[in-house]
Design a protein around this ligand. Structure first.
Ligand code: PRP
Length: 215
């Protein structure tokens, strides 16, 4: 018997790229490309049901078993440490988690450093390893504004092309970790739907290898 595998995809540009990888791996669901506000798409023939969720929520769906597998950025996995299996690096959605600040920023170790970020655990871990005393200012977006307005000394945020930093006159001060999209699995599903999940994972691994050969 073939299981239907529930797949949580990150809504947005990365999700579209990732869906194309699933399609290339042999799990197509053409209706997903139709312009609609629908969020759930089933392809019985391919044995998959896709749903679009907010990128930062993918890991929650997978951890709690609402999705069997999903695709989440390494940033989310490091920040929230969900209890899931990480099956594969999809080598896409590549970016870096960085410390950034104004060009003339000079750290004064005698003062608590004000750090604005969406990623408080990653920031706390990074500065904790340096025994640096920090005050985390948790924001949910437009982080780059914080040092410009004096809300923080630095930011910890994702840098992809570097355009946002450049256009706001900020520079990378340090790279914390490289990020890419990862295929993750619910632990119970991995046990009970193992053949189907392994099949998808193996096929995606081949797609990743083909992509790398073409680069
Ligand atoms: C992310 C990140 C940066 C930007 C980096 O923001 O927080 O602001 O992308 O990309 P770049 O280096 O290519 O300019 P996102 O678009 O997710 O919006 P946000 O403001 O909600 O974080």
């Amino acid at each position: 018997m073939n299981d239907i595998i529930n797949v949580a995809l990150p809504k947005g540009r990365l999700g579209e790229k990732v869906y194309d990888m699933f399609e290339a791996a042999g799990f197509p669901c053409p209706s997903i490309k139709e312009d609609s506000r629908k969020l759930i798409f089933e392809s019985e023939g391919a044995g998959v049901r896709y749903f679009w969720v907010k990128p930062s929520d993918v890991a929650i769906y997978v951890e709690r078993g609402a999705a069997d597998i999903g695709v989440a950025g390494r940033d989310i996995l490091l920040e929230y440490e969900p209890d899931v299996y990480e099956l594969l690096d999809l080598e896409t959605g590549k970016c870096r988690m960085c410390v950034a600040g104004k060009r003339d920023f000079r750290d004064n170790p005698g003062k608590t450093l004000k750090v604005a970020t969406k990623f408080s655990n990653i920031a706390a871990d990074y500065y904790g390893r340096q025994s640096r005393d920090i005050d985390i200012i948790k924001l949910s977006g437009s982080i780059e504004i914080a040092p410009i307005l004096g809300l923080s000394d630095v930011i910890v945020d994702i840098v992809e092309t570097g355009t946002t930093l450049k256009e706001n006159d900020l520079v990378v001060l340090d790279t914390i970790v490289d990020i890419s999209a990862r295929l993750i699995s619910n632990k119970v599903s991995f046990k009970f739907k193992n053949r189907s999940i392994e099949k998808i994972s193996r096929a995606l691994r081949d797609v990743v290898q083909d992509m790398q050969k073409q680069r």
